[in-house]
Design a protein around this ligand. Structure first.
Ligand SMILES: Cc1cc2nc3c(=O)[nH]c(=O)nc-3n(C[C@H](O)[C@H](O)[C@H](O)COP(=O)(O)OP(=O)(O)OC[C@H]3O[C@@H](n4cnc5c(N)ncnc54)[C@H](O)[C@@H]3O)c2cc1C
Length: 442
């Protein structure tokens, strides 16, 4: 069966796969163009991934960082939104293949399917050290973190209690640093008055990084500042040691074993299988190597953008896998489609790096704009304002601003809810916790 895109006003059919930062931006930018658009995503929501760690650490609710795609495009009558999973591309017949057997015909195809966490060939670690990419991941992590404190409250064996109160984060990029800082504050400030048998301030948060410094993408002095700031609030930073094993009882790194019941993976990414779908060249992380105009080699009618592609900027450095890069590429592709329909050609894509930001704790952040660098409280305010600005909708902006001010003033995190199961699934679980398998977002 073939699902036909409604196409009365203009026959040029654009299919966009992925409503993340890149795909949504392409769709927005094509407004007014003489095309019909079918936007396909296997989730029904667009997700603001930069704040996922705040859901994982009970600071924000899921609905504050995600929006139904259908709702975002409700005013765009030429756009059809489909909730479906793409499983391949039949490039010869210009059809996108869905996993339920349907196919979507296209004249122009845009692949914006993003990336996922990767375990450097050790996928068996995933159940013990989940990554953070989806709302389900975030609520699963939130559950694990909160359940660990609940179990520790009832645990009488000191070694088991210590393992329950040890939180290990693998990878000290922005996500790892943000998680480490926030979990520490959760333990030290938010949870402290609420427990009777444990001192939550004694929880250990261990951040393990194989490279020589935290925040490797930032300038050296900002990395050093971030490390100092983390250590000041009690995070144990381990550098230059690779993790060699993750299990239900802990982690091994640099030949040492650490007993820990909560492990979080923030170390590697692998691109979506877009390159496999097209038998196109890819780099080691599976990123599709696109032409300078973001088309797939041999297929001028197929564009690929965002985290799923590898492309260099004008200085030869790889364009980073961050939201602004995906959005710039989305805008470029939309402009190219419009130019082509006018019979024109655009110059190659040029990436402009606006800067990098990371939050360290609730009053500290680092900002690296290249020539201009900032750290500390002022950087935190700028970080906060920038993130609120990029959220969608006034209600969410207000809600997030209020949640952050509340955390700032009262150390209270409103989203401290253990969902996806009752205390029965929380009881003693020496090996695999059944709750860990449940991954429905709230
Ligand atoms: C925890 C975390 C924190 C981050 N923090 C920051 C930050 O602070 N600043 C920053 O700039 N960037 C940050 N990033 C990176 C940023 O989110 C990505 O660079 C950006 O999302 C890439 O956009 P994209 O459109 O390529 O992919 P995505 O935004 O990931 O969108 C891909 C879309 O494709 C859909 N999809 C995938 N496969 C299929 C399929 N087979 N069928 C149908 N649909 C499919 C997915 O459901 C998703 O909606 C962070 C990422 C993570 C995971």
């Amino acid at each position: 069966m073939t699902t036909e895109t409604p196409r009365p006003p203009n026959p040029h059919r654009v299919v966009i796969v992925g409503a993340g930062f890149g795909g949504l931006e392409t769709t927005y930018r094509l407004a007014g163009a003489p095309v019909t658009i079918t936007l396909v995503d296997r989730r029904n929501h667009h997700l603001f991934q930069p704040l996922l760690y705040q859901v994982a650490t009970a600071s924000l609710a899921t609905s504050e960082i995600a929006w139904p795609i259908r709702y975002l495009l409700r005013g765009r009558h030429e756009v059809t939104t489909l909730f479906a999973t793409v499983s391949g591309v039949d490039a010869d017949n210009k059809r996108v293949l869905l996993d339920d057997g349907d196919a979507l015909p296209y004249d122009t195809l845009v692949l914006a399917t993003g990336a996922f966490h990767a375990y450097f060939g050790h996928d068996e670690w995933e159940p013990f050290a989940p990554g953070l990419k989806t709302l389900e991941d975030a609520t699963t992590l939130r559950r694990r973190i909160l359940v660990a404190f609940e179990r520790a409250e009832r645990e009488t064996d000191p070694a088991r209690r210590a393992a329950l109160l040890t939180f290990v984060i693998v990878g000290a990029g922005p996500t790892g640093v943000e998680l480490a800082g926030t979990i520490t504050e959760l333990a030290r400030d938010t949870l402290r008055p609420d427990f009777r048998n444990i001192d939550t301030q004694r929880a250990r948060v261990v951040l393990i990084e194989a490279g020589p410094r935290v925040l490797a993408g930032f300038a050296d002095d900002l990395s050093a500042y971030a490390q100092r700031s983390l250590e000041e609030i009690g995070v144990e930073v381990v550098l230059g040691k690779a993790v060699t094993e993750c299990s239900a009882d802990g982690v091994t790194y640099g030949g040492e074993r650490l007993a820990a019941k909560t492990l979080i993976w923030a170390a590697g990414v692998r691109a979506s299988p877009a390159a496999d779908w097209l038998h196109a060249p890819a780099d080691r992380a599976g990123r599709l190597q696109v032409n300078p105009d973001l088309t797939v080699p041999g297929h001028p009618e197929i564009f690929a953008i965002g985290d799923t592609v590898a492309i260099a900027d004008t200085s030869g450095k790889p364009v980073p896998g961050i939201a602004p890069a995906a959005k710039q590429q989305g805008r470029y592709v939309a402009d190219t489609i419009k130019a082509r329909l006018r019979g024109e050609t655009l110059p190659p894509f040029r990436y402009r790096h606006a800067g990098s930001l990371a939050q360290i704790g609730k009053r500290k952040a680092v900002i690296d704009f290249g020539t201009f660098k900032l750290r500390g409280a002022l950087a935190w305010w700028i970080w906060g304002i920038a993130h609120i600005y990029f959220l969608i909708g006034l209600r969410n902006r207000l809600q997030v601003a209020i949640s952050w001010l509340w955390i700032h003033a009262r150390d209270q995190r409103a989203a401290r809810l253990i969902t996806q199961g009752s205390s029965k699934v929380m009881g003693p679980a020496p090996t695999r916790d059944p709750a860990y398998k449940i991954s429905t977002p709230d």
